[in-house]
Each structure stands twice: as C-alpha cells, then as structure tokens.
Design a binder for this molecule. Structure first.
Ligand SMILES: Cc1cc2nc3c(=O)[nH]c(=O)nc-3n(C[C@H](O)[C@H](O)[C@H](O)COP(=O)(O)OP(=O)(O)OC[C@H]3O[C@@H](n4cnc5c(N)ncnc54)[C@H](O)[C@@H]3O)c2cc1C
Length: 475
C-alpha cells in the first residue's frame, strides 16, 4: 500500500486526503491546530460560545465543494436559498430570485424591480452582461497587459457610479475579497458567467446550518476507516531534502516521518517559510510565492437580547457592514432537538476586503457596525446588545489582483515526491472553499498519476441550461 503524508487539515488537505484514502493509499494527515477545517472552521471562545471563524457561504456553481460535502456526508448540513435580499440606507429593498424565465433571463424579473438601482444603472449593467454573454465569459480585453482590473473593465463599459457601488462592488467584494481596482477582471467576469448567467441555479446560496467545524466529522472517520491517521496539534517544522528529492518531513523534537508522497496543503505564506532556499531555486514556480499578496475579512458577532431580524441573511448597501447572517435562524433546525426556542438572537456580520478595519480598535468596529445595524433593522434600536466579538482575519484569502495567476504554482512540483494544494495554487478559481477543494482533488490526481494510476476527482462546472444550453448547442 502506497502512503502519503498530508500537511494541513484545511479543505484542500482534507479533500485530497479523503480522495487518496478512497484510492487505497494510506493517508497520514498532520494538522498543527487542535481542530480541522483551516480557515473555514469554528471553535469555542473562552466564554463557551461556539463561533465560526467567519460566516462561510457557497454557491450553486461550486460543484467540487458540493461533491466533497457529499463524499463526507455533510451535504445535508448546507441549506440552499433561492432569494438574495439587499437593503439600502433609505430602506429600499432589492431582490435577486430566479423567476420562470430560462437562463440567462432567470433573474431579469427581480432585477427589473430592484429598487436601489435606477433605470439608467440597470441599462448600463445589462450592457455589460450582454458583453459577458456574447463572449461566453471571455471578453477579449481580459488578458490585456497580463490582466486588467475589474474597475477598469467596468469603466470601459460605461457603468454608472451607482451601478458600480451598489451592484458590481457588492457582489464581487464579497465573492473575491478585494476592491474592484485590485481585482483581476478575469475573476470578476467569471463570477457573473458561472453564477448568474450560464445557468439558473449557479447563484443559489448555500449556508451551513451547523458550526463550520461540524462539517468535517466525516473526514477523519473516512481516512481512519481506510487505515490512515489524522493527527492534530502536529505542526510540520521542516523538509528533509536528499539529492534534490523530498525524503521526509520534520516535526518537533527532531522526529521525522517518511512516505511515498508528501502533500503540503498549507497557506502559501507558510510554505514560503518552510521551503529551503535550494528547493525554491530548483523549481521557478516556487520562487515567487511572496508575490502572492493577501486580503483581510472581518467578522463581527452580535448577541442581542431579543430577535431583531426575520430574514436568514441580508446584504446592506453603502455601509461598512456588507452582510448580516441570522445565525439563530440558520442553526434553528440543528438546535431544535436539544433546546427550547432561544429568546435572544445571534447575528454575524461580514466585511470583506476590510483593509481599513485592520488597524481600528475592536470597540470602534463594534460601535460602527451597531449603528448600521440599528439603522437597518428597527427592532435592534430597542434591543440590548448582550455581547459582541470581532474576529479579524488579516490573511483571509490571497488577493486576486490583476495577473496574480502567473505566480500560482501547479499541484505537481519539479521536486520528486513534493505536491501542493491550497486555494492559492493553480486552479483557475479565486480563494474560496471551492478553489481549495479543487486544488485538493487536482493534487490527489497528480499523486496517483505519478504512480501510474489515472483517476479523476475534479468535477465539471455546472452545465449551462435554458437558452444558454440551446445557444451553446448542448441540447
Ligand atoms: C474570514 C474568512 C471568510 C471566508 N469566507 C468564505 C466564504 O464565504 N466562501 C468561501 O468559499 N470561502 C471563504 N473563505 C475562504 C476559504 O476559507 C478558504 O479559501 C479555504 O478555506 C482555504 O482552504 P485551504 O485548505 O486552502 O487553506 P487553510 O484553510 O488555510 O488550511 C491550511 C491548514 O494548514 C494548517 N497548517 C499550517 N501550517 C502547518 C504546519 N506547519 N503543519 C501542519 N499544519 C499546518 C493550518 O492550521 C490549516 O488548517 C473565507 C476565509 C476567511 C478567512
């Protein structure tokens, strides 16, 4: 039986570990923290509250994440929603919800009545959408100068200021965790092609109905059931290189472990610190990891003494707070059996690309967000804020800046036995759970291939439907 050492128990390492275990490899996974899930996890705060590192959502177009959740028996713990709700400071609501028309017109009805945008804004958006449609998500100027910014792409298409602020920025900053002027237009256009235009279900939003850490119970059991091991609190401290090949990994107290293949599924910043200079020099793809920058996300957790919102989630326009998730409602089904209905309400707010908040004191962030919440949700004005926590993730994702793809290495390296996975490796996707799982599947395929076995884990994109399918000749 061949064996692999997987370093890192985030989604990339777990996806690869489960896939390799299913392929009859002995998987030994080492994670430095006391729990699995990496950045997409949850933990218990000192006061006993179980919180997500930050709210995570998936979309209908994330086919590999969906496949992974199915493999590990977690698919039933994700609730999908068809209706996305937006609210501006003047109290005007807008919705995105598929109507009876087939793709690409499924969202046209709700878009036409989207109150926070004017007719002029909508016409400009429609023009840009037509360009994405006509080119099947590949407008010719995307690759200009090695990649142009999303803001530049939108300006070239005459978007109004409000369309940029209240539509493009709202969707893309949440999806890509970066401001439009620092985002490669390739990623931005891809979001709209895959999630909103090419089929009618890609935009549906999946939200975990349990704390994130509870999604991964099936990974450990799957790996162990097939003869592998998952070891927590086991940081890898270095690589043992012999004759230009990877011959082992080092742990604390000089302990070494060896295997037929090694998969590093750690953040790129960590890998850059672990790799010896000789390795970076022998594979040019590993020499530029420090060129991949990072972007922050801030999560703000509010516990109110009474219910303040009915919706499961809501997007705010023109405010620092971008999303509000009603965690009490989202967890309701999973909590139902052990408790009476809670009296208070737990909300989690998300602020992506939160560069400006990194230096701000936590109390200032709480005050700012509380003012916005009380403005947006009238019942919150008379409610007492019982408790609040701010979790700043300075390196939440890699920054999808123009041209970043040229620095992202493939999963197979030039060093024998050294493989990579992680949302930052070459997947074509931005830093998302879907990207992480894709990288894990690609790494598992590469490891098997290096031992003469061909197996495919990577799932195809969501198939186009409606008029798009007819247009592309799929029917
Ligand atoms: C605040 C926040 C919000 C986000 N929201 C979303 C969202 O809504 N939707 C979405 O799709 N994505 C979201 N993301 C991105 C998503 O979480 C990541 O893309 C994905 O989880 C990355 O998985 P990964 O396995 O590549 O890396 P990681 O999750 O970082 O996993 C790497 C693992 O390696 C471990 N490790 C590091 N060094 C060592 C070592 N020396 N030895 C052993 N183990 C080590 C780490 O502890 C970690 O568990 C968000 C991220 C953050 C931080």
């Amino acid at each position: 039986m061949k064996s692999v050492i997987v370093i890192g128990g985030g989604l990339a390492g777990l996806a690869a570990g489960v896939a390799l275990a299913e392929s009859s490899w002995r998987v030994r996974l080492f994670e430095q923290r006391p729990f699995l899930g990496g950045r997409a996890t949850s933990y218990v705060l000192p006061d006993g509250e179980h919180v997500d590192n930050c709210q995570h959502v998936t979309l209908g177009c994330c086919t590999n994440l969906d496949d992974f959740y199915r493999r590990i028996g977690a698919a039933g713990k994700i609730k999908f929603f068809d209706r996305l709700l937006f609210l501006d400071p003047q109290g005007r609501k807008g919705e995105m919800q598929a109507g009876f028309l087939p793709a690409p017109f499924h969202l046209t009805g709700s878009f036409a009545s989207f109150a926070p945008l004017t007719l002029l804004d909508k016409l400009s958006i429609a023009r840009a959408m037509l360009d994405i449609l006509r080119t099947q998500g590949k407008p010719s100027d995307l690759l200009e100068n090695g990649g142009i910014s999303m803001l530049e792409w939108l300006r070239r298409r005459g978007q109004t200021k409000r369309a940029i602020e209240r539509f493009w920025r709202v969707v893309l900053v949440s999806a890509l965790d970066e401001e439009l002027d620092r985002t490669d237009a390739r990623f931005g256009v891809d979001v709209f092609w895959k999630a909103f235009l090419s089929n009618s279900t890609g935009y549906r939003m999946g939200v975990p109905a349990v704390p994130l850490g509870n999604l991964y119970d099936g990974c450990k059991s799957e790996i162990e059931r097939r003869g592998g091991e998952v070891t927590l609190r086991a940081p890898v401290r270095g690589l043992k290189i012999e004759n230009g090949e990877l011959a082992g990994v080092r742990f604390d107290e000089g302990r070494e472990e060896t295997a037929d293949a090694y998969l590093f599924a750690v953040p790129h910043t960590t890998l850059a610190e672990l790799l010896p200079e000789s390795v970076k020099q022998s594979d040019p793809a590993l020499a530029n990891l420090d060129k991949i920058k990072v972007a922050p996300i801030t999560g703000v957790h509010f516990w109110f003494d009474r219910p303040v919102m009915d919706e499961p989630f809501l997007t705010l326009l023109d405010t620092t707070t971008q999303w509000i998730f009603n965690k009490t409602a989202l967890y309701a089904d999973s909590n139902a059996k052990d408790q009476a209905a809670p009296k208070g309400q737990y909300l989690q707010l998300v602020i992506s690309a939160s560069h400006d908040l990194l230096q701000k004191p936590r109390q200032e962030i709480i005050d700012l967000c509380l003012t916005e919440i009380r403005h947006a949700l009238p019942p919150a004005r008379s409610a007492e804020l019982v408790k609040a926590t701010v979790i700043k993730e300075a390196a939440a994702t890699f920054s999808p800046e123009p041209g970043v793809d040229r620095w992202r290495p493939k999963q197979q390296t030039a060093i024998p036995r050294l493989f990579l996975a992680g949302d930052w490796t070459e997947t074509g996707w931005p830093a998302t759970m879907e990207g992480a799982v894709r990288s894990g599947y690609l790494a598992a395929e590469a490891i098997l291939r290096s031992h003469g076995a061909l197996r495919k884990f990577l799932q195809p994109d969501l198939a186009p439907d409606g008029f798009i399918a007819m247009w592309l000749g799929k029917h």
